[in-house]
Structure formats: C-alpha cells, structure tokens
Design a binder for this molecule. Structure first.
Ligand code: PLP
Length: 397
C-alpha cells in the first residue's frame, strides 16, 4: 500500500488547481503589465485571483501581495517591520523558539546587525503564552512574529489573544500561517493580524507561490527591486498561472474546510490512540490544540531517520522532523524547544495527513510503525541500556 503522510512538507495539487493553471497557461499568458488586450486579459484574471484569495482570509484585494511562497512572505514581513521600526529607533523583535527557519534565520541575521531578538519559550505543550508576549514587549519593540500553527508538531497558537495585546501596545504583529491557511478558519480582522504569510503548496496549490497579507496602511518594504508590479512592493512579472492555481486551491480548501476537518480529525485521533500504545512513546505538543492533520511522536531508543527509511520501504511517506532538518544530524529545534533531550528528540516521527488519506491507510500505518519500532529497538544499543537500567527512561511506559 502507498500512503502519503507528509502533507506538512507539501501536498499533491488538486484537480481544481491543475485545471485552473493549465487553462491560465493556455489562455492568459500575456504580461499583466502590458497595455494591449492580451496583457489586460491576464491582468483581469490576476486581479480576480487576488480578490478570491482576499475573501478567503477576510481581507481586501489591496491587502494581498503575491510572493514566491511562504519563505519570501516571512522575510518581507520581517523586513517591513525593520524598516518601519528604524524610523522610531525600534530595534527589538519578539518571536518564539520554534518558528520555521524562514523566520528564525532572518532573525539570526538581524541579531548580527545589532537587533535584539527575544525568542519566547513554547513550554512543554508547544503553545506560546500571551502573558509571556505581554511581558516581553518594550517601548522599542518593532515586531511580534508568532506562527499560527507549528509545522512539526501541529500546535495552534493563541494568535487572536497575542494580536489583541500587540494592538493594545501599538506593536506590529505578523503570523506565519503557512500550516493554518486552508486547514483552519482564518479571519485576519477577527484574529487581530497585521501581516500574515501563506504558501499555496501546503493546501494543494502549486509550489513557488504564496501571499503576504498586510493590513491597510502598512507600507511593505521591498525584497526584490525592479518593475512596478504588486504596487511597487514586489518586482517581477507576475506568475499568473500559479497565482490562479493558488486561488483555485484556496477557494476549494475554504469551501470544504468543515467537511475536511470532520473527516481528518477522527483519522488523526485513531492514529494518536494507536501510536500511544507503543511503550515509551510520547505525543509531542498539546493533546487538544492542534491542526487537524499533524501528529508527531517520539519513540525512545531509536533514530527517527531509520524509522522514516524503513517506513518508506513499506510505502509510507513520513518525516522525522521538518523537511529542512532532514539530512542534518541535529535534532529538531522544535522538539528541543519543548524540553525534550537531544537523544530522545532524535527518535521522532511526524505523520501529517489530510482529507486525501483513508482509514485503511491509517490501519496500515498502525500496523507498520509498531513493527518497525520494535525491529529498530532490537538492534539499538541505547534501547539495551534503557532495558537493563543503565540509562533512565524519559517518558512513562
Ligand atoms: C512550508 C513552510 C514555510 C515555507 O514555505 P515555502 O512556500 O516552502 O517557502 C514557512 N513556514 C511554515 C510554517 C511552513 O510550514
């Protein structure tokens, strides 16, 4: 059986998105900046996609800027806050220890340039406390950036409360909502969001395209200089087909949100209940506050990479952390931020499912994972030490 359980890394494009894209490639290949009819036809389609995407977020079309994906949107949001803060000598940024690298690495670079960065603790359950945000805000704080849902463990952050605190204090608030858009109901106004990043390939749209939402009145800084596309805030001929594909995928995901959630949550619960039966296993992140499809476990005494490869041999695509950390020997910064020790964090497995998965596939995963974990433990010197008491178990049996 083939089971794709790595939807947090990327998703297969939906038929609706593929059809919308191929149609756009055939019919509206003009340059939207051209003044002739061929160009203006592309422009019309582009602006329709912008309106449709805005509507799915509770935003207006003018607040939507197209980017090359989530990473670019995150970088542009941070640069915008830096530029706006510079005018007022604000050189302090608040974020969390378990953000995506698109945020963390951008902040590391700023730290080298003299910015002060506060990375908030995410506690054992992987949820940021709004009180911690409030306590960290200073007069010189230029930005608070906290992700909507974590990409490795799936925990949902109290975005609305954090946004309200930022409003009250007059601090810009950005959220990396790449794992949330298309999976959770989002309303930028109700959620008190100033800037939001999303990426099409995480909700069955094409890769290499995303959005930075910026509330009316926020002057975006530019990462890419050139022509006057995107009101001068992001140069380069617009990727009309991908943008149209993104709009089609988001409309579809938004229209079926409740139905998809109702299908995926029971599958996720079955997965969690089943995997918890494995001795010395641990579900990472809060039990309740999580996106429908992400499940992340640690299994003591094994290496996540070996687990992943053996599952792949059985047709199951999974991840041992985020795709970006796979291949490196460091354990995931997300798991370490939960207070899990290095050696235990190495034994992690992320399964991310969605409405395209079936109950038979979950049964197949629940048959395969305990067998592979047992097999790996049988060859593991660490497990032997744990068994004979030379090492102490970190989790309960
Ligand atoms: C995938 C992801 C990104 C990066 O998006 P790209 O479009 O691949 O650049 C950023 N943040 C989170 C939380 C993600 O899951």
């Amino acid at each position: 059986m083939q089971v794709y359980a790595d939807h947090a890394a990327t998703t297969e494009m939906s038929e609706a998105a593929i059809n919308a894209m191929t149609e756009a490639m055939r019919t509206v290949w003009g340059n939207p900046s051209s003044l002739h009819t061929v160009g203006q036809e592309a422009k019309v389609v582009l602006e329709k996609a912008r309106e449709e995407i805005a509507e799915c977020l509770g935003a207006t079309a003018k607040e939507i800027t197209f980017t090359s994906g989530g990473s670019e949107a995150d970088n542009q949001a941070i640069l915008t806050a830096v530029k706006l803060g510079a005018a007022k000598q604000k050189k302090h940024i608040i974020s969390t220890k378990f953000e995506h690298h698109a945020v963390l690495h951008a902040l590391e670079k700023l730290a080298k340039e003299g910015y002060e960065i506060t990375l908030l603790d995410v506690h054992e359950n992987g949820v940021v406390s709004p009180d911690d945000v409030r306590a960290a805000i200073r007069p010189e704080t230029a930005l608070v950036t906290v992700m909507y849902a974590n990409n490795e463990i799936g925990t949902i952050q109290p975005v609305r409360e954090i946004g309200a605190i930022c409003r009250e204090k007059g601090v810009l608030f950005h959220t990396d909502a790449v794992q949330a858009v298309g999976h959770l109901p989002i309303d930028v106004a109700k959620d008190n969001i100033d800037m939001l990043s999303l990426s099409a390939h995480k909700f069955h749209g094409p890769k290499g395209v995303g959005v930075l939402y910026a509330r009316r009145g926020i002057r975006l800084a530019t990462l890419i200089e050139g022509g006057a596309q995107e009101r001068g805030k992001r140069a380069g001929t617009e990727n009309t087909p991908s943008i149209v594909g993104m709009a089609a995928a988001l409309k579809e995901a938004t229209a079926h949100l409740e139905e998809n959630t109702a299908k995926v949550v029971p599958l996720r619960e079955k997965l969690i209940t089943g995997l918890r039966k494995i001795p010395y296993s641990h579900l990472n992140g809060d039990r309740e506050r999580r996106v429908p499809g992400i499940v992340n476990f640690c299994f003591e005494g094994i290496e996540g990479e070996s687990l992943l490869l053996l599952l792949d041999m059985r047709g199951i695509s999974s991840s041992s952390g985020s795709a970006c950390t796979s291949g490196s020997l460091d354990p995931s910064h997300v798991l370490l931020s939960l207070g899990i020790p290095h050696e235990v964090a190495h034994g992690s497995l992320r399964l991310s499912i969605d409405e395209t998965n079936t109950e038979e596939q979950i049964d197949y995963i629940l048959e395969a994972v305990p067998q592979v974990v047992n097999y790996l433990r049988g060859m593991s010197p660490v497990w032997e030490d744990l068994e004979c008491g030379k090492r102490k178990h970190f989790f309960a049996k």
